[in-house]
Design a protein around this ligand. Structure first.
Ligand code: TXA
Ligand code: MG
Length: 349
């Protein structure tokens, strides 16, 4: 069973972080908070340690891991041929929820990149994570800490229930501050390409990196297109319950007011909608507050699993700003979309 250390993310106790760093150096697995989601980390230089990540997470071997570093001056330990004119841009996004692809450095095992010559790197904006990497003295390879296909983990209580028997140490540090994974861009070619919409809105990244290619794939629209980030082709974020996406907020209001769905359907919607719902309702934050919704989404999917009703119905979001990532995650987590009450009834009865 894992050692569980209760530690404040923003003011972490040095002794406890040191213990985590020791586990990393000795080739073990540590679950730690970042500003986005919890990560399941190991020494990125050790193939043997990283192999344990794939096993603990039940992750397919062709799905590569993000390498986390603690400062820009250590980028050259994990990546090669980083264009000089990128450095100023990196200073603007790091530490932060942005992952970039570079040519892989020779110290990074092929296992970490799934055989690709490119490596994904980020500096997380979280005091505990940064100190852990610093004290470990090595970069930390870490995917999101959930078991494969499950919703990402944004609160340590879910890390403990899901991973206690699979890892060596878990930092019990409560909810993460952002709740959606990092935005991933490939900057290794001519035009930067968005590989995964994430916590940092692509609009803001365009101001730094210039034009960024946004494919339908990164929006989660096309099941059949070629996945750019290997991980995006897998079933993802699935709660162990049916989840249906309403085509509009008006429709969700109709569903929420329908007494005949009591005991069968849980609504996942804004605080305002929940206040007027006659059905059980999981709050995703105030209407129009994408930041709160992003922060709450993954924990809300796990709350849904614990309620007695067999079906969840979730609201749609506009795809501006963080909404692009929120809708990407919702599309992947949901069983189907519906555009009328009759259609929903057919789906659930
Ligand atoms: O916010 C985050 O990014 C969190 C925290 C822990 O940093 N990590 C995370 O990791 O979400 P993961 O493994 O759940 O998602 C990483 C995605 C996967 O879709 C993977 O395929 C892609 O990044 N990826 C990683 N390395 C890659 C590479 N070398 N080339 C292309 N895609 C890569
Ligand atoms: Mg993940």
């Amino acid at each position: 069973m894992a050692t569980i250390l209760r530690t404040d993310q923003e003011n972490p106790a040095e002794d406890e972080v040191r213990e985590g760093a020791r586990v990393i150096r000795e080739g073990g697995l540590v679950v730690f908070p970042t500003e986005t989601v919890y990560g399941l980390g190991a020494n990125a230089f050790s193939e043997e340690a990283c192999r344990k990540i794939f096993k603990a997470k039940e992750r397919p071997a062709d799905n590569p891991l993000i390498v986390h570093i603690s400062s820009l001056d250590r980028l050259n330990e994990v990546a090669e041929n980083v264009p000089h004119d990128l450095i100023g841009k990196l200073e603007k996004v790091w530490p932060g929820p942005v992952t970039l692809l570079f040519h892989k450095g020779s110290l990074i095992p092929d296992l970490v990149t799934g055989g690709s010559s490119l490596v994904a790197v980020r500096i997380p904006a979280n005091k505990l994570a940064l100190r852990l990497i610093e004290l470990a003295g090595v970069p930390i390879a870490a995917p999101s800490a959930n078991v494969s296909t499950r919703p990402s983990i944004t609160d340590s209580r879910y890390a403990i229930s899901e991973l206690e028997g699979r890892v060596d140490l878990i930092f019990d540090s409560g909810p993460t501050s952002r709740g959606l994974e990092s935005t991933i861009i490939d900057v290794s070619g001519k035009t930067p390409v968005l590989l995964r919409a994430g916590s940092k809105p692509v609009e803001e990244l365009k101001e730094i990196f210039g034009d960024i290619e946004v494919t339908d794939f990164a929006r989660g629209m096309l099941e059949s297109s070629i996945p750019l980030a290997p991980g995006m082709k897998y079933r993802h974020y699935s709660p162990n319950k049916k989840l249906f996406l309403a085509s509009s907020l008006e429709l969700l209001h109709i569903v929420a007011g329908n007494d005949s769905l009591k005991g069968r359907v849980v609504i996942m919607g804004s605080d305002e909608l929940c206040a007027s719902s006659s059905l059980a309702c999981i709050k995703l934050g105030p209407e129009g507050d994408h930041h709160q919704a992003g922060r709450r989404l993954f924990s809300a999917l796990r709350e849904l699993e614990q309620l007695p009703e067999p079906v969840g119905v979730i609201m749609p979001f506009s795809e501006a700003g963080t909404g692009l990532a929120i809708m990407n995650r919702i599309r992947k987590a949901s069983t189907a979309a519906f555009s009328s009450l009759e259609e929903l009834q057919k789906l659930i009865f």
